[in-house]
Design a binder for this molecule. Structure first.
Ligand SMILES: [Cu+2]
Length: 265
């Protein structure tokens, strides 16, 4: 009797803890909202099954205590088939639905008006570069990589295409515009993770991996490396700054002006 009540109370308290509060950070785009509704659907289904199973467990314990004689059971083939099939349908359905959300963001075609940015991860910091008004990045040359002079990408100093390339430590993007970030890694595997975008992508040395997203809500969001990449892993963070489009344009103008001034000196 007591054990049954304990199981029921424990199951209700556990379910209550999940229902009590919204424990996700705010969703700042459509993908994040789709992700959340898929997550909540899965949680609701599995949570409902959990409650039913715990209720049945308590009931079986209660019934067994009243019996004085034990019985041998051959099992029930029909019930076995029903719940195995139901579980399979549930799992495959959840996989199918979530695969659609995953492929939309990871395998979708790039938007023609997307803002192009490159990200570079290295032990233990982030750098981003924008191609500037000419739309072209400078060629890269590993021998010219120099963090001390502000050239973490190793941009070829002689390449005129690099004259207007802006290199920053924080990722700034305009709100409401598609962004395509090409991810590069310099040393070991790192991971670009923004909770509010519900996006996570590894950066692998030797590969350039595209990551496409659009952020709709202006604000500052943490970019945390979420691949254990060495002793300084916990320090490897920067921010994604989503700006209203006019503020972003003003920032880009300022950055270009500063760049020109520095080159003129
Ligand atoms: Cu890292």
């Amino acid at each position: 009797m007591l054990l049954s009540i304990f199981i029921w109370v424990l199951a209700i308290v556990t379910a209550g803890m999940f229902l009590a509060r919204e424990w996700f950070p705010p969703a700042i785009n459509e993908h994040a909202r789709n992700f959340d509704s898929q997550f909540h659907l899965t949680l609701l289904l599995t949570g409902g099954i959990f409650l039913v199973a715990q209720a049945a467990l308590g009931f079986v314990i209660l019934r067994a205590r009243r019996r004085t004689k034990s019985e041998y059971s051959h099992g029930n083939n029909r019930l076995e088939v029903i719940w195995t099939a139901a579980t399979a349908v549930l799992f495959l359905g959840a996989v199918f639905l979530s695969t659609r959300i995953f492929t939309q963001v990871h395998l979708g075609a790039p938007a023609p008006n997307a803002l192009r940015v490159e990200a570079l991860a290295k032990q233990f910091s982030w750098s981003f570069r924008y191609p500037g008004p000419d739309g072209k990045y400078a060629k890269l040359d590993v021998r010219q990589i120099n963090d001390a002079t502000g050239n973490p990408f190793g941009q070829d100093e002689r390449d005129p295409a690099g004259k207007d390339d802006i290199v920053t430590a924080a990722l700034r993007v305009p709100a409401g515009r598609p962004v395509e970030v090409m991810l590069r890694g310099r040393d070991v595997i790192h991971n670009f993770f923004v909770r509010e975008l519900r996006l996570k992508q590894d950066l692998v040395p030797g590969m350039v991996i595209p990551l496409r997203f659009q952020a709709d809500v202006p604000g500052t969001y943490e970019v945390a490396c979420s691949e254990l990449c060495g002793l300084g892993h916990h320090l490897m963070r920067t921010v994604l700054i989503v700006m209203p489009p006019d503020e972003f344009a003003a920032w880009e103008r300022d950055a270009l002006a500063q760049l020109q001034q520095a080159q003129g000196q």
